[in-house]
Design a protein around this ligand. Structure first.
Ligand SMILES: [Zn+2]
Ligand SMILES: [Zn+2]
Ligand SMILES: [Zn+2]
Ligand SMILES: [Zn+2]
Ligand SMILES: [Zn+2]
Ligand SMILES: [Zn+2]
Ligand SMILES: [Zn+2]
Ligand SMILES: [Zn+2]
Length: 1788
């Protein structure tokens, strides 16, 4: 307590501080504040410092919040912190929202309003702004973000919300000086205190450090939260904080610690060592040591354990151009800098991040913070790479960086002032350098190229993405991108970065063994190329679109070529590829290609000026071509030993997200090469790469050293298809963006109908922006409506739910279907077939082509851009023509491995050649004619070569070939051509290509220094294996391409002379007529084109057609040839046959079911005949669906109905009102469950139980409204013993489809409907029915007596038999179906009274449900679909058998009291409680009890007697209820006026129940028993109809006058006496009024009424707290029956091992639940132990679901779907209609 102080003043102040500490904080604060406001405030300042010294002591644990309380008080002054906050907030001058959110927050993005693609809005700002008609979506934040409202750098002002549009800042008064004075003085101390805690808590992460870091952060939480609170006070406070955080002087003063504070010194040391350990030095220190060596130290340490990660040795680059100052040094000059340093060091704690981001609306802060962030960029990367939680950290980094770099001004500012670009590129380079390995491409030993290792964590986990995404983000700003493109050293650096990916993930073809382990590194490789290489490329390309930017493109192209040259040298590539290798990653090629394309297309540059020499072009062509050949190899199963992953690569390469960054640039580059290189060279290279050179011989037999037999055909098809694609694709060769978009769209739609979103996903993003807001281009939506028709979503009953689909318009099929584009874009091979199937279906339907299978249509191409004209020379070169000729010849002769597809592609190439003529190249020097195959054709023009006749060809064949024998005789004819066959007709593609190569090399070798190269090539290309014995043979041909075409025409049409000599004249000139058709059409079209374009061809055609051909060689029938030719056709036919079979089977099954249904209820059938009073004597027969036998159900071998028992609360959820309850969407709205049928009955029973004898109560009501058991059947019957063995077989079956056999579940063997029990059928004859119709003329009183006697009969116990056993079993099943609590309503659980009540209530439940299924009315429903499912007849029988086991105590038999006037017994004698008075009893329940307990079968007259007596009671009850509702005056009037009749007149609306409901219930009971087709009438008619039917009235129709319900009364004793007796029972009882009024009328059950817009639900419920756990659930769900809000899957609300959703389904729906998953917009159904995803009732504007709200587009209620859902719920058909059920294990 005593300080050792000499200074009296100091001593005094010490005492003061101690004093102050003891004083109440508030008054101290007030006191200090006034001191500080004086002009001389030095003493105040001193006092404050002293106080803070003792309060803010970092040696105290941070958990001690005393210091925090002090700070709050000091800052706030006398008014208190809350009040202070409010005051400061009133000076908020911020014009930005700036709200910061973390992961999982729901935010919005509007593409219409956004300038930056990263723009986002908070829900409040979004809803308060006007975005009607905009392209916006809602999304769930992944990394966190901040609201941009009010920031015109990022979004258009029109999108600002009302609050931020007003620019509130301008009218806010300026802040009074003294308000924040204390803050300015206290906060610096507070912040340094936090920093000291952070320094002190930091330990190097070696062992358990991670946990320590977390602990430090946890302890600091209150402090950081306080800082965050401060930022929320608005602009005024943020300004103060900014000043403090950025003030260098304060930092200098406080950072080292004052005076001799040992603690402060120590933790400053700690700070310095943390810096050092991060591989960083402060600038001063660096100046001292002068070396950058310390950084390397830590690196090598890391490398040693890093090497084990990849199997291959890492490579360290020795020389790197990076600037060490970027990587290694840091100096902190203000609090902000050190705070950020620690934020990074502690791996971005969420609270800190939020605090730092909350400050951003302050512009000064934003700039300083951005600079600080950039300064620490390298450090961030290093920390990220070491982090264990790199995913979380990545998100946090981006959360910050996206706020900084999305703003163009800011990005440009830091680019100019802080070298942002250099830093980013260097950091990226440095990062990738950490995982380099030696490339094995081409030359495994001597390669000097290095590539990234895709199996390293950095690539596998995508750790680099935050940095790459920052880079892409800043490149999107034009000013920044320009800086990048102008900086050559930066470009060089970037190209070397890109080259790290060139050739990565090399695949080597496995030739012998299947690969042991399928590496999945290809994911990493494709992702890396797309994100790290292609995305920045597309970013740069957007700024190279106009003439003015030509220079940029030129520079990029130059560096690309330079880097490519370096690459070729490094891998040691000369001219031959190392065999069996392929890499899909050639980013350098693709950069080059795309910049070339842009240069020509948009910048008007001359292609020639950007191209390298021929030699370089030849090299550039090799790798992309190898990929194309490999694609074909992979699809020809040549890479099977490499596993499935290689197919994955081939598919990814062409997939929509990758294609325009991969295959498209590759094809384009090949097209460029083809347009410049010698076409003969190019064509021969293609066939050589595809390994089909050996195949291209005219001999019938050949050797192939490179391919297996079965690979030849697919490889040949691949090569030809590739050539067709190459020469017809125009994506980068002249198509406009709109045309490309259209073509993409058409090809996707042709493959399949698509939903809007899947189409959007399938259209490549570049160069087509999908948003469609780019000026001048056609939008996605416009284009879509131009090419496609919308098919609205439909729900196929019993089938799946269709979504809204787009399908091609007819004219698109007719004119735009492009098979080539489809082939290019298909990921799955089956899609090509699907497109062709759809195409032929269209042709058939429109009558354009009805016979056989059409061929892919030929499509004319847009003209080539002049720069690429050279491409057409490909079609006009001798090499190609020889190939074509050879193939036509081989196809004609049915050589092996020729297919329809080959012919199709050949014809395609011919037609392309005819349509794309080359102007005669006169400039070309006269070619030296020593070409080895020059004598084949005279020139290069296809048109003139077509009719050129080839007479002899020399081939080399094996000795065993058929030609050898045949042609052994000396050649007979010696024409001019034949004489020099020695060299003329030899055709060798390989030799040709090599010769051409040599030629080019020789030409350019004069300039090129390396002349040695070609040598290596010739030695390497030696085919393996011993060459077979070949002999040279000469074939006599005498054909031209035209003659071969005509012969093929005959062959295809199987007609001799199929083309007459004059057919050309007969052809009509309309080419459209011939656009669609098969091969015959295609040949005719080609011949016509040739004839119209060349006279010579025309003459030649006429000549050939004029000749009479000898019959075509019968080779057509050769079985092997047939096999290959028609493979496709056969496949097609097989498909058709299969479909037909399936359809047939389905219809057979259906008709079987229908017939089965007809006999389902034999009683019905029999009863139908009763009208004719013709009775069949025959016994009822049942078909067993298992053994197929037909027979009666007997005591010994009973038959049963397949039934599904299910507990149901549908009835209990009915309400009085017919309108569905509204789902609450605000806090004010609520749903009250009290008015439901279930609740009302519960209340009534409880009330009765409080007054009356329990057993009597249990006979006076029905239960089963909630949790009743509903029984339904598919109508199929089976022997019960057959069923047992069926169940046994299911139990042994391992493959179970969602149902559990142990619970007795199975599917009907015939119709596959879900079922869980078997209801035994009553044996017997239909004649029994007769007794019902015997005329009755006994008097009512006699009948009453008879009934009484019958009731007295003791229940007779049926003899034990198989049947009775089964009946008891099914009763057990019924009981087990529902929960215990729905059966025990009595006071003594388990008493027989409970059981009795439950059993007759089952009957009631099923009757009531039948009524509901008929639409709540006997007149409207009729025999609905549900009627087929009901099995009331059999059910009643089983129930009656069971009920006979109970006997009613005759003393209490209600029948006596219903029919006799008896002196009232004194009930109270033996029981404290009386019996339930008759007027309180439920008549339908009584009726059911009577019917079920009387001996079976019941006679009709007795039944009618029951009905009549009960009707009297019901009528009296109605009157009593009416009187109970009367006012006293009315009651008085009634009792005086007298007759009942009069009452009816005054009150014509006598309670509805009396008219309709009661007889209706009776009608139902009556109906199943006697199966009389009830004539149904509406409402009142229903009553009279029923009354007549039931014998209450004279059945003869009375056309007269209104009918009174009173006329149905029939009393056997004095009505007055009886009624008085009933009334006397209730007089004097409490609650009489309540019990007298019985609710009988319930509206049909409804699900909750849902709002139209899903957003209304989502906004309210996604952040609503659960009432049970008070937390906002991660997966909120909503019960659509009652509106209860539950935590799906939440452990928080789990009880007894059951999650809340399942628990609720048990209580709300007796194990059936319908839940809407709020965050997914999807509905799930829970049924018992199973659940299924039902789908969504909310669809977007395109009729599509949006599961998980991924797209976030506005969703609207689909009323039809919701109705279907409700209908399935009410009809209990979830089990039948939904197929994909799975167990939920109580975990939902
Ligand atoms: Zn906002
Ligand atoms: Zn706003
Ligand atoms: Zn908008
Ligand atoms: Zn059977
Ligand atoms: Zn069935
Ligand atoms: Zn519910
Ligand atoms: Zn909950
Ligand atoms: Zn919960």
């Amino acid at each position: 307590m005593q300080t050792n102080c000499e200074d009296p003043v100091g001593g005094f102040e010490c005492m003061m501080a101690a004093l102050l500490l003891r004083r109440d904080k508030k008054s101290t604060a007030a006191h200090l504040k006034s001191d500080l406001n004086r002009t001389d405030n030095s003493s105040g300042v001193r006092q404050l410092q002293e106080l803070l010294d003792s309060v803010l002591n970092p040696e105290k644990p941070p958990a001690d919040t005393e210091a925090l309380d002090w700070c709050k008080c000091l800052i706030a002054g006398e008014e208190g912190f809350e009040e202070f906050c409010k005051t400061v907030r009133s000076y908020d001058n911020a014009t930005l929202c700036g709200l910061v959110w973390t992961a999982n927050f729901v935010a919005y993005r509007c593409r219409t309003c956004g300038i930056s693609p990263c723009m986002s809005l908070c829900a409040e700002c979004f809803n308060n702004g006007d975005h009607t008609g905009h392209d916006f979506n809602m999304f769930r934040s992944q990394a966190g973000g901040a609201c941009d409202c009010g920031d015109s750098n990022v979004m258009r002002e029109t999108g600002f919300c009302r609050r931020h549009r007003l620019r509130t800042g301008e009218n806010v008064p300026s802040v009074p000086r003294d308000l924040l004075l204390m803050s300015e003085m206290v906060l610096p101390r507070f912040i340094i205190c936090i920093i000291q805690y952070l320094r002190d808590g930091y330990t190097e992460p070696d062992t358990s450090a991670e946990r320590d870091l977390q602990k430090v952060l946890q302890q600091l939480e209150p402090q950081i939260t306080f800082l965050e609170e401060l930022t929320k006070m608005g602009g005024a406070m943020r300004t103060v904080l900014t000043k403090i955080l950025t003030n260098q002087q304060t930092f200098k003063d406080l950072s080292m610690g004052q005076e001799e504070n040992v603690f402060a010194k120590k933790n400053y040391e700690n700070y310095l060592s943390a810096l050092k350990n991060s591989g960083l030095v402060s600038v001063e220190e660096k100046a001292q040591t002068g070396a950058a060596e310390p950084t390397r130290g830590s690196e090598t340490g890391e490398d040693q354990d890093g090497q084990s990660i990849g199997q291959r040795k890492r490579v360290k680059l020795s020389s790197s151009t990076k600037d060490p100052s970027i990587m290694d040094s840091l100096k902190h000059k203000c609090f902000l800098e050190e705070l950020l340093f620690w934020t990074i060091k502690y791996e971005f704690p969420q609270k800190m991040v939020t605090f730092l981001l909350n400050m951003l609306p302050d512009q000064d802060y934003k700039i300083t913070f951005t600079k600080t962030f950039v300064q620490h960029y390298a450090f961030i990367m290093k920390t990220l790479m070491k982090s264990q939680e790199s995913d979380t950290m990545s998100n946090r980094i981006v959360h910050i960086s996206v706020q900084l770099f999305s703003n163009e001004d800011l990005a440009r500012h830091v680019t100019e002032e802080c070298q942002l670009l250099d830093i980013m590129v260097t950091v990226l380079l440095y990062m990738m350098e950490s995982c380099l390995i030696k490339s094995e491409l081409q030359d495994e030993e001597n390669s000097r190229h290095v590539v990234v290792n895709c199996s390293e964590a950095l690539l596998k986990n995508n750790t680099y993405w935050p940095l790459v995404s920052d880079f892409i983000n800043i490149l999107s700003h034009q000013s920044v991108a320009k800086k990048f493109l102008e900086d050559h050293s930066l470009l060089m650096l970037w190209m070397s970065f890109v080259s790290f990916f060139q050739g990565m993930n090399l695949n080597k073809r496995e030739l012998s063994e299947h690969v042991e382990f399928e590496s999945q590194t290809y994911y990493a490789a494709f992702a890396a190329e797309l994100e790290a290489c292609a995305q920045p490329m597309w970013g740069l390309l957007t700024h190279c679109k106009v003439k003015e930017t030509q220079e940029y493109t030129k520079t990029v192209v130059r560096y690309c070529l330079e880097t490519l040259q370096i690459w070729f040298d490094a891998i040691g590539f000369v001219d031959e590829l190392a065999p069996n290798q392929v890499t899909f990653h050639l980013p350098l090629h693709r950069y080059y290609a795309m910049f070339l394309s842009k240069a020509v297309k948009c910048q008007g540059l001359d292609l020639e000026s950007l191209l390298p020499d021929q030699e370089m072009l030849m090299r550039i062509m090799v790798h992309p071509l190898q990929i194309q050949a490999s694609l074909s190899e992979i699809h020809s199963n040549m890479w099977v030993r490499n596993g499935l992953q290689i197919k994955g690569q081939a598919m990814t390469y062409v997939q929509s997200h990758f294609c325009n960054s991969m295959i498209d640039p590759d094809i384009f580059l090949l097209q460029v090469c083809a347009s410049r290189l010698d076409p003969d060279y190019f064509i021969s290279s293609v066939f050589e790469r595809f390994k089909v050179v050996d195949l291209l011989t005219m001999a019938s037999v050949h050797q192939n050293t490179a391919l297996d037999g079965e690979q030849e055909r697919p490889m040949l098809e691949g090569a030809l298809t590739f050539l067709v694609i190459l020469s017809s694709l125009r994506i980068h060769l002249g198509m406009a963006d709109d045309e490309i978009l259209r073509a993409e769209m058409v090809s996707q739609l042709c493959m399949n109908d698509r939903t809007h979103s899947s189409l959007l996903d399938l259209i490549p993003e570049n160069p087509n922006p999908k948003s469609g807001i780019v000026p001048g281009s056609c939008s996605f939506e416009e284009m879509l409506s131009a090419v496609a028709d919308f098919k609205a979503p439909v729900f196929e009953l019993g089938g799946s739910m269709q979504q809204g689909m787009y399908t091609p318009k007819a004219e698109v099929w007719e004119k735009e279907f492009d098979p080539i584009m489809v082939i290019l874009r298909t990921v799955y091979r089956r899609d090509v077939q699907s497109a062709m199937d759809r195409y032929s279906a269209f042709l058939k339907q429109s009558g354009m082509h009805t016979t056989g299978n059409p061929w892919p249509p030929y499509k004319e191409r847009t003209p080539l851009h002049p720069c690429y004209k050279g491409l057409d020379r490909l079609l006009h070169c001798k090499t190609l023509h020889i190939v074509i000729f050879t193939l036509l010849y081989k196809i004609w002769l049915d050589h092996s491995n020729m297919s329809e597809h080959v012919l199709c592609m050949v014809l395609y190439l011919i037609e392309l050649g005819l349509d794309n003529q080359v102007e005669e190249d006169k400039g070309d020097e006269v070619r030296p004619s020593e070409h080895c195959h020059d004598s084949w054709f005279p020139g290069t023009n296809l048109l003139s070569n077509l009719h050129h006749v080839i007479n002899y060809v020399r081939v080399r064949v094996p000795e065993t070939a058929p030609e050898v024998k045949r042609e052994r005789e000396p050649p007979a004819s010696t024409s001019a051509e034949a004489s020099n066959f020695g060299q003329a007709q030899v055709f060798s593609l390989v030799a040709e290509r090599r010769r051409k190569f040599q030629e080019i090399i020789n030409r350019s070798s004069t300039e090129a220094s390396q002349a040695v190269r070609p040598k290596s090539s010739s030695t390497r290309w030696v085919p393996p294996g011993t060459p077979p014995q070949l002999v040279t043979e000469i074939l006599e041909i005498h054909e031209s391409m035209l003659s071969l075409l005509i012969k093929l025409h005959q062959k295809l049409s199987a007609k001799q002379n199929s083309l007459s000599a004059t057919w050309l004249e007969d052809m009509d000139a309309n080419p459209n007529r011939h656009a669609h058709g098969d091969g015959i059409t295609a040949i005719e079209r080609i011949l016509t084109k040739a004839a119209t374009r060349s006279h010579q061809s025309k003459r030649s055609i006429q000549e050939i057609c004029g000749k009479v051909f000898p019959p075509v060689a019968p080779k057509k029938n050769s079985p092997t040839a047939k096999k290959t030719m028609d493979k496709e056709e056969r496949r097609q036919r097989a498909r058709e046959r299969q479909q037909k079979l399936l359809a047939e089977f389905a219809s057979r099954q259906k008709s079987f079911m229908e017939t089965a249904m007809d006999v389902e209820s034999p009683d019905t059938e029999a009863a139908m005949d009763l009208g004719a009073s013709e009775v069949k004597e025959s016994e009822v027969l049942y078909d067993c669906v298992i053994c197929g036998q037909s027979g009666p159900s007997t005591e010994d071998r009973p038959t049963g109905l397949v039934v599904l028992l299910q507990a149901s609360s549908v009835l209990g959820h009915r309400c009085k009102s017919d309108e569905a309850k509204k789902l609450p969407t605000t806090d004010e709205e609520r749903i009250y469950p009290a008015d439901t049928c279930g609740a009302a009955h519960d209340v009534r029973l409880a009330l009765m139980q409080s007054f009356f004898k329990d057993s009597s109560c249990l006979q006076s009501v029905s239960i089963g409204w909630d949790g009743g058991v509903y029984v339904q059947t598919c109508g199929h019957t089976l022997h019960i013993d057959c069923h047992k063995s069926y169940m046994e077989s299911l139990r042994n079956d391992q493959v179970m489809q969602g149902f559990s056999v142990d619970k007795g579940e199975f599917t009907c063997p015939l119709c596959r409907q879900f079922a869980n029990s078997v209801l035994p059928c009553r044996p017997g004859r239909s004649t029994e029915v007769v007794s019902w119709h015997m005329p009755s003329n006994k008097k009512t009183s006699v009948l009453v007596k008879e009934v009484e006697d019958l009731q007295e009969q003791l229940g007779f116990f049926p003899t034990e038999s198989n049947l009775s056993k089964e009946m008891e079993l099914v009763i057990k099943d019924i009981k087990n179906t529902t929960q215990r609590k729905y059966m025990d309503y009595g006071k003594n659980p388990g008493s027989p009274d409970n059981d009795f009540l439950f059993m007759y209530s089952v009957a009631r439940t099923n009757l009531e449900l039948e009524l509901v299924h008929r639409g709540g009315n006997l007149c409207s429903g009729g025999a609905s679909g549900a009627a087929k499912r009901s099995c009331l007849n059999q059910l009643f029988h089983v129930l009656a058998m069971h009920m006979r086991l109970y006997s009613i105590d005759s003393a209490y038999n209600p029948w006596t009291r219903l029919t006799q006037v008896a002196p009232s017994r004194d009930n109270c004698l033996d029981d404290e409680r009386p019996e339930v008075p008759m007027l309180f009893r439920d008549c339908p329940s009584l009726l059911i009890i009577f019917v079920l307990t009387m001996p079976q079968p019941l006679r009709k007259e007795h039944f009618i007697c029951l009905v009549r007596m009960l009707y009297n009671l019901q009528y009296t009850q109605a009157l009593a209820a009416l009187s109970a509702k009367f006012s006293p005056e009315e009651r008085q009037a009634w009792s005086t006026s007298g007759t009942l009749k009069k009452v009816m007149e005054i009150s014509p609306s006598l309670p509805y129940c009396c008219f309709v409901l009661y007889p209706r219930a009776l009608g139902y009971l009556y109906h199943p028993i006697i199966c009389c087709p009830v004539r149904l009438l509406l409402l009142f008619q229903e009553f009279s109809g029923l009354a007549g039917c039931l014998g209450l009235l004279d059945p003869a129709p009375q056309p007269s006058n209104p009918m009174y319900s009173a006329s149905c009364l029939d009393w056997t004793v004095s009505a007055f006496d009886l009624m008085s007796q009933w009334c006397s029972e209730v007089t004097g009882l409490a609650d009489t009024q309540t019990l007298l009024v019985q609710d009988l009328q319930w509206a049909s059950p409804h699900l909750l009424h849902l709002p139209d817009n899903y957003n209304t639900i989502f906004q309210y419920y996604h952040k609503k707290a659960c009432t049970a756990c008070k937390k906002v659930p991660k997966d909120p769900a909503l019960c659509l029956v009652c509106g209860t809000f539950v935590c799906l899957k939440g452990l928080c609300c789990k009880q007894h091992g059951i999650c809340e959703c399942v628990w609720h389904s048990q209580h709300c729906g007796a194990a059936t639940g319908i839940f809407l998953l709020i965050n997914a917009s999807v509905i799930i159904i829970i049924r018992g132990h199973r659940f299924c995803l039902w789908g969504s009732v909310y669809l977007d504007a395109h009729g599509e679901e949006d599961r998980d709200l991924r797209r976030g587009k506005p969703l609207f209620l689909c009323v039809e779907r919701y109705r279907v859902l409700e209908q399935q719920w009410v009809s209990h058909t979830f089990d039948h209609i939904n197929k994909r059920w799975g167990p939920h294990y109580n975990g939902l």
